[in-house]
Write a protein that binds this ligand. Sequence first.
Ligand code: SAJ
Length: 446
Amino acid sequence: MTKMERANLPPAAQELLQRFENRQARVGILGLGYVGLPLAVALAKAGLQVTGIDLDPAKVDSLSRGESYIEDVPSADVAALVRAGTLRATTDFSALAAMDGVSICVPTPLRKTGDPDLSFILSAMQAIKPSIHRGLVVILESTTYPGTTREMLLPEMESSGLKVGVDVFLAFSPERVDPGRKDWTTENTPKVIGGITAACTAVAQAMYGPAMKAIVPVTTAEVAEMTKLLENTFRAVNIALVNEMALMCERLDVDVWEVIRAASTKPFGFMRFTPGPGLGGHCIPIDPLYLSWKLKSLKYNARMIDLASEINTSMPRYVVQRIQDLLNQHGKPLKGARLLVLGAAYKPDVSDLRESPALDVIGLLREKGAAVEYFDPYVASLEHEGWELTSVPDLLSAAGAADCVVVVTDHTAIDYAAVAQRAKLVFDSRNALAAAGVHDPKVTTL
Ligand code: SAJ
């Protein structure tokens, strides 16, 4: 920012820039989950006075003891920052009154109806409202549809009589946290920031600047909101494409995995995705539906998003059909068959079950009368739609006892060779065995 640009900023903005640059600023992080806690630690490490605020006393107590509950955040980091006094945690929302900046890092799930659930964002905003004062910047991190920041938060910020962009500042900055990832972290992943006004962008940039390696300022909050949705809709649509390729290859009697392997040799203009039993996680299946919901309110039908969702959500049933066909080829009805599902988490090497296709695959197999067990080293037990299971203690003996082993999630810490050796049949929806160098005629892939 040039001196002239800075001089043209409203006085409240200039004062905030000063406070962030001098590390005098106090920052509140609302919501201490997989986004909020890494962000709080990153800002505290950069020398800002950070107060983490969460409804959950267990989280607050854990942090106050210097203990982290997020895999990506070492307890040693938390303990050092708490000892240094640059990080503290509380359930007391009145702490917000002393803040210069507040980041909102709360969930944005879907309701049962499939509509966006903004209740967490609105509750957070209601908690901030009594503390809104001249010289406060609020940054929304939660993934949401374009327009949320301007339509839902701006009026609340201005209800105090203060003017956004002059007295107070408001921006959107999409979280890009990928839990469990080591190479890209909160600090080194480029951070997109879009303000309601240019002054809002400048102030939000000053707040995150000390902690982030690269800031990507954009002209409006809507651009920032839409950026995140493009990122994750891109994934959902491409995963749906490769899932449909799998369906087409099966009808063509062509090995889709070999096709993908060969296409991946193209050094430009192609990006590898792999088919599977469906789309899990709390980002990719959900974020695009925030966008299609918003567009429907504008009388536009986001056909690619809807079609991708239709294909991805049909994959569990397709996998079950393939298992039924495989058993049938061996004279075994699905009804009464003993099946072992291998891997329940929504993606490899995590314990997260949210939206996991394994839950749908197991549910459908049970509906068809199969006797289903599962093994997942990261998931000790699961329950879904009224049934519950615990992970079998001994993978190999369970694999040997099953009529068919079904690979749903390809955790890396599995001895697939030993599984193949003990299994009668394997339906491998992730091509995990081939990827582990196991080639066995008893294995059928998606
Ligand atoms: N999946 C496939 N085929 C693929 C890739 C994924 O079937 O080729 C499935 C996975 O098994 C999983 C679901 O899709 O069930 C989502 O997988 P994901 O790799 O997209 O992982 P997520 O849900 O953890 O997505 C997060 C996102 N991060 C953020 O939103 C900040 C996403 O933008 C990242 O690109 C992704 O992590 C990542 O790359 O790991």
